[in-house]
Structures are given as C-alpha cells and as structure tokens.
Design a protein around this ligand. Sequence first.
Ligand SMILES: [Zn+2]
Length: 402
Amino acid sequence: MINPIITIGDATLSDGGRRVESTLKVDPKLKGYFVDTNFYAEYPINVSEAPPGILNIPALSTVLHFAVAYGADIEAGEVDSEYLKAAEEAQAYLKTCPGFESLKCATQIRAKATKAPSRASPRQGLLFSGGSDSTCSWIKRMREDPLLYMVWGLDIPTWWPEFWEKIRAKYVDELRIPNLRLVKSNLEDLYATNQLYTLGAKLTEGYRPTYSFSVNALGVLAPLAYLDGVGLLQLSSTYPSRHYLNPRYPWARYRPSFLINQFWRWGQTRCAEVDHEYSTTEKIRYFLKPYLDAGHRHFLRSCGNRAGLQERKLKWLNCCSCDKCQRTTSMLAINGIDPREVGFPVDGMHWARMRSDIEGKKWNPVYLKYHFEEIQSLITKNTEDYSGSRGLFNWLRGYRFA
Ligand SMILES: [Zn+2]
C-alpha cells in the first residue's frame, strides 16, 4: 500500500529573520486531521544564518509525529543529515516498544540530506516550562548557566496571549530568570485535535507525553539551539527511569520516553532527557528546597487546567483545584515548602477539597495511588503545616488507595 504524502515547503524567513514559515501540502486523505497548513515559528533572534537543512526541522518535527502515527510519508527539501538519521532510529525504536502498537511506524522521509557547519560549544540548553521538573533541572545546572528555552504554543495555546503575557512577566520582568529564550509557534494549532484522537486511544496517553510532545518541543528549537551553539539540549524527565523498569507503575508501559529523546540531534546539537534518576518529589527536596532556603524566590507553573484558570480570569496562575495542582502542593508541603511561596494560593479549603476529591475518586485512582504513595511514605509527625496541610497528611497516611 502506498502511504499518503505530506509535502513540506522550504522554510521562508521574514520579520528580520526572526520568523520562519513553511507551507504544508497534505494528501486529500489526511485533510480531516489538519485545520491549518501554514506552519510558523518566531524566534528572539535572527535565524537566517542557520542553513536550510536546519531551518526545515521545525516544520518537519511538527508533522513527523503525526506521520509516524498515521503511516504517512514526508517529502521535504534539504534536511540536516543527523536529524534524518535520528527520525529513522526513533521510529525503528518506537516500533519495538510495547504500548505503541497503534502507531504505524512506516514513515519514509524523502529529503536531501545536508551537513550543517559546526557551531557547537560546551553551552547547554534546557527546555523550560517553569514547572517543577524543569525548574529543578535548571537549579541543578545553575553553575553551567544553561540557556533556557520556553515555547509559547506548547502547553500555553497561542490563542491565549493574556496567559502567556502573565507568565512571561513573571519569569522575565519579576524573577529575571537569566538566559531565558522565548519562542512562539503554532505547532499545536495545525491539527484537528479530535481527529487526532481517532487514530487510537494510545495517542491520547503514551504517544503524546512520551513521543509527540518532545519531538515537537525539541524540533522547533533546532535553528535557535544551532545558532546558540548548544551542544547538549536537555529535557527534564517526568518520571524516574526506575519506574519504567517496574511494571507495577501504570506509566511503565510507556518506558521508552527517556530513551527516545536521546535519539534527537541536528548539526552538532544532541538532545537528552535528564534527571531521570529522581522522582519529582526528590527533585523538589534536593534542588528547589535548598534554592528557596538560600533566599531565592521562584514561581512554579504547574497547572494545566485551562478552564479553571479562565474561570478565575487568571487571578491565579495555578488553579489549586486540578489533580496536578493538588499533587504539586502536596509534594511542596511534604518537603517543607509553603506552596503559597511559589505560586499556589492554598488555604484550609484546599486541603479539605483535596481529601474529598481523593475519597470521591475524582481523579484516575490508579495513577493517584502511585503518585501519592511516595508522599505517604514521607509523612511524619514533624511534617510542617501550611494552612491545614498537616490535617490532610495525617488522614492521607492511613488512607488506602484502591
Ligand atoms: Zn491546576
């Protein structure tokens, strides 16, 4: 059977070399999956000195994960030879991974392989969202002074400039996070999301957090990381690698994430998922806690509850009522950090609501059990109290998740 084809037009530059655009031509069979075929990415610097093989990577990475899932081929002009090899290796590896059976993994990329002149240096880069994992990875590497890359268009949608502006102001104007590079792209806006989900249930679970998110997030940075001379571009892990080796964890079946991300590379830039020797609770204890104790201020952006944030008209930037906010506030409190200090406006109601949500099985109980078992194991009589957190922990210690 012949695979349908997605053709990626050569990247064009505008806005003083800061905006890269590519037009996609999509086989009629795939039309229902796309709502837009004009890709763009905006960078904080002029990227026109990056060779075409590197400039074509952002659009390619945006369609690559879809093509691999669907079984479509891709045609493009010049593409960096290292990236082409990485795409092939990652696909071959995905094919052997349990949990990804719904992905076709039959994509051929037809492009002219080119080699980019070396610009690499010992400089490190780190994908930075402001959440617990990337914040801790940044603190851990502070001495190496990594460049931090934050992408508007990944988990903050491009149609929500009010939210992006508040987050930008927080990190840039207020906290003055050094070396923060802001990128904007419609990489998530091209797809009809509901149609994507029809490609298979796996797509909504393991495929996105394990594969498509990082392909997108890393690929869109290619021209910038190349010109920045980043030799190692890092992505902080979500789960510790020891969990992937233990089938009792529900996410163990998606174990390839930290391995897949080691494949990505272009020019002299190599990507790696890092700090997977720690759980998020451990990262908070070993890196964030000492950082705050030393007198630094920080803000954690953990919440992904768009509806909740909109409802509160962005009065807070963490909703405090979704499962992720509940988990994060618990990890902070158990490590002796007042959640209010880092952007979570908790009060006594927060902990009471959390108990009733857990008892009422509001969140997926299978995931909850494993998320909270580490917190349960850390509760002691001396655990600090933050607006009633101790009461919640005393109850949680004896609670048995189903
Ligand atoms: Zn939330």
